[in-house]
Structures are given as C-alpha cells and as structure tokens.
Design a protein around this ligand. Structure first.
Ligand SMILES: Cc1ncc(COP(=O)(O)O)c(C=O)c1O
Length: 375
C-alpha cells in the first residue's frame, strides 16, 4: 500500500541521528524542560522568523494556550475557517469559547476575509486563520477586522510554508503541531506557540506549567495554568527533523508538481496558481465522488484520504455550542476533497503508480468537470 503518511519511513531515513539524539536525552535524565527543549525552541523561532517560541504538549494545546494568553474569556466568540481539522474549533470549545466557522474563499479552502467581516459581532474577540494544507494565506485587507480582534494563526499544517511578510497585520500567536504525520513531526505528540515577544512567550510557558511563578501558582491572563509542555525526547527528535526540513519540503513540492502534471486533466488540484512555494504538507485534489475514489484506490494499493469530509459547521460537537452562519463554499469543497500521497520519501516509481491508478480510476468513475482549470 502506498500510504498517505508513514512516520516510520521518516525515522528510517535518518535513524542514526534521531536515535543518537533520543539516547542522549535518555542517558542525560532531564526529560521535561531543560537545554534540549530550550535549544530546539530557539532554533524553531529562528527558522520560522518569529522572535520567540514556547512549547506545548500538542498542537491542540498550543492553540488553546494561545487563546488563553490572548485573554479570551468563556462565552467569547472566535472566528475560524469552516474548513479545517476539528481541533481548530475544539481548542476553543474546551475553554468555553464559542467558535464561529466562516466560509472559505472561492478558489482555495482558506478563510474568506469578507465572510469573516460579515460574521463579526459584539462577542467576537479573536480570529484564527488556518493556512490549511500549508497553502499560503492572502493578507487580510487593511481595516476589515477591528484592531481589538486578536489574530492567531493555526499553523499546524504550515511549518516551512512562506510567511506573509510585512504586508499583513501580523498574527499575535501561531500554533504549531508536531503530530507525527506533520512535516515537522515528532515521535509522539508535541506542539509550540510562536510569539511576537519574550513576555508573551513567558506567559505561555507559565500557562503550560500550572501558572507557576515566584509567588506560587497564579492565574495567568485570568486562566488557571495547566500541564502542557514539550518533552525533551520529542524536542531531541524535532531538532534533527528541523535540519532536514528545507530539503524534505523541496521534494514534496517536486512530487506535487509531478502529480499535478500527471493528473491535472483528471482532477482539480487545490494549489495556488503559479509556482508551488508552500510546504505541500497535504496535497488535495477535487473529485465529484471522493468516497468511491478512496475505496477503489485502496483496492488498488493507494491510500487516499478525505481532508475533510464535512465542514466544521456540520460537526456534531459544534451543534448548540457555536454560532453557525451558512458556509456553502466550505460544504462544496468538503464534498469533493481528496488527499493524495505526497510524502518526501516516495520514490519516482511510487508516484508513477499513484498516477497510473488514479488515471485508471478517473477513466472509470469520470474526471472532475473543472479538471485542468487553475484553482
Ligand atoms: C489544522 C490543525 N489544527 C490543529 C491540529 C491539532 O494538532 P495536534 O494533533 O498536535 O493536537 C491539527 C493536527 O492534528 C491540524 O491539522
């Protein structure tokens, strides 16, 4: 089976370095916090171009901690794109916040700024943008979102994608996930919050360490601290992974270009027009019957995925606990979305196999009616 994700293959590709780094931590005896974690977080901040980073136990926790540090209170509303992994909304729900999924743009499954502006209301305190699949976000038009709405990026899938640069009103925090299938994946769970200054990073570290201070265990930004830190073993593995990230992402981009070339007349690829510059953490294409494609491809030895089968606004956990404006574009996208294997460790013959299988399946099941058109 040609799998969508294969964390074990990642390990085998760099086993000696990863095992040496992990063994050094095991022998050193400092398993939570310490130099290895600090060094990784400093390297991460440098690599991503942010001034500071704080560790977290997962990407979901990183997002919750960012919402807490931003001073949100239970009952506050958080705008999120209607197409994302559940955790984008779940991280807010668990704090007693109300997510408000808003529709995505016409070309890509990214939050539509006009839809976000249309969903503003007196309780909206934050807007979470998600560079889903690592796709580059467009800058928010100046003045569209009031200054007192905190901007937070859920960059769980976007490590290594180009940042927006100075044209954009910068997000105050960016939450990252190191779940093993991410492009910067740990050997377990992990996450981090990128911060604009050392004070925010210190507040996040305290929130993730029970609110500990010289005075004792205090509330931070009105919240009781929790236990959510990045383990030293994970930081050791991530330090190795960070060094190989640029080369690995270059391979992913090349794979995505090759798959688009081989299948662009059959599927509609969810890629920006022009050269591919983002991390290709998930490569998605549209087909009118993704469920049939997933089943038929599995029978031919190719794993496809549904990223994501329904918009956040249709998730059962949000019913009665969220404000739910209509999101017709998100619903259309989810009805057609299909993730293709694009791992950096795939060989040319495996990519050819994916292309052959999907060409055969789209001959039988039909192509996407808008295949070949730019996104
Ligand atoms: C967009 C998005 N947000 C949040 C998360 C949550 O990250 P984690 O699984 O590390 O909690 C993920 C990934 O799982 C994700 O893809």
């Amino acid at each position: 089976m040609i799998r969508l994700h294969d964390p074990g293959a990642r390990h085998r590709a760099d086993a000696a370095a990863r095992e040496a780094a992990a063994l050094a931590v095991l022998r050193g005896g400092r398993y939570v916090g310490g130099d290895v974690v600090d060094a990784f977080l400093a390297e991460l901040a440098t690599a991503t171009g942010w001034p500071a980073a704080a560790g977290a136990a997962s990407g979901t926790d990183a997002l919750s901690l960012a919402l807490m540090a931003a001073g949100l209170r239970p009952g506050d509303e958080v705008l999120v794109p209607a197409v994302s992994f559940f955790a984008t909304a779940g991280a807010a729900l668990r704090l007693g916040l109300r997510p408000v999924p808003v529709d995505v743009g016409p070309a890509l499954p990214l939050l539509d700024p006009e839809a976000a502006a249309g969903a503003l209301g007196p309780a909206v305190r934050a807007l979470v943008q998600v560079p889903l699949f690592g796709l580059p976000l467009a800058p928010l038009p100046a003045g569209l979102i009031p200054e007192d709405v905190v901007l937070i990026d859920d960059q769980a899938q976007a490590v290594g994608s180009p940042s927006l640069g100075a044209a954009h009103r910068p997000a105050r925090f960016a939450a990252l996930s190191f779940y093993p299938t991410k492009v910067l994946g740990a050997a377990g769970d992990g996450g981090a919050v990128l911060c604009r200054n050392a004070e925010d990073a210190a507040a996040l570290r305290r929130l993730g360490h029970h609110g500990a201070s010289a005075a004792g265990f205090e509330a931070v930004a009105g919240w009781t601290g929790v236990n959510s830190r990045l383990d030293a073993l994970q930081a050791a593995v991530l330090g190795v992974e960070l060094r190989s990230l640029p080369a690995r992402l270059a391979r992913r981009r090349a794979h995505a270009a090759r798959l688009r070339e081989g299948l662009g007349e059959r599927l509609r690829f969810v890629l920006p027009t022009g050269p591919i510059t983002h991390n290709c953490s998930v490569l998605v294409a549209l087909h009118p019957d993704p469920a049939a494609m997933v089943a038929a491809a599995a029978a031919r030895g190719v794993e496809l995925g549904r990223y994501y089968p329904r918009p956040l606004s249709a998730e059962p956990a949000l019913q009665g606990r969220a404000r739910l404006p209509p999101c017709p574009r998100a619903a259309r996208f989810c009805a057609e979305a299909l993730a293709l294997p694009c791992r950096e460790d795939l060989h040319d013959h495996e990519l050819d196999e994916v292309i052959d299988v999907l060409r055969a399946l789209t001959a039988a099941l039909g192509p996407h009616p808008a295949a070949g058109a730019a996104a």
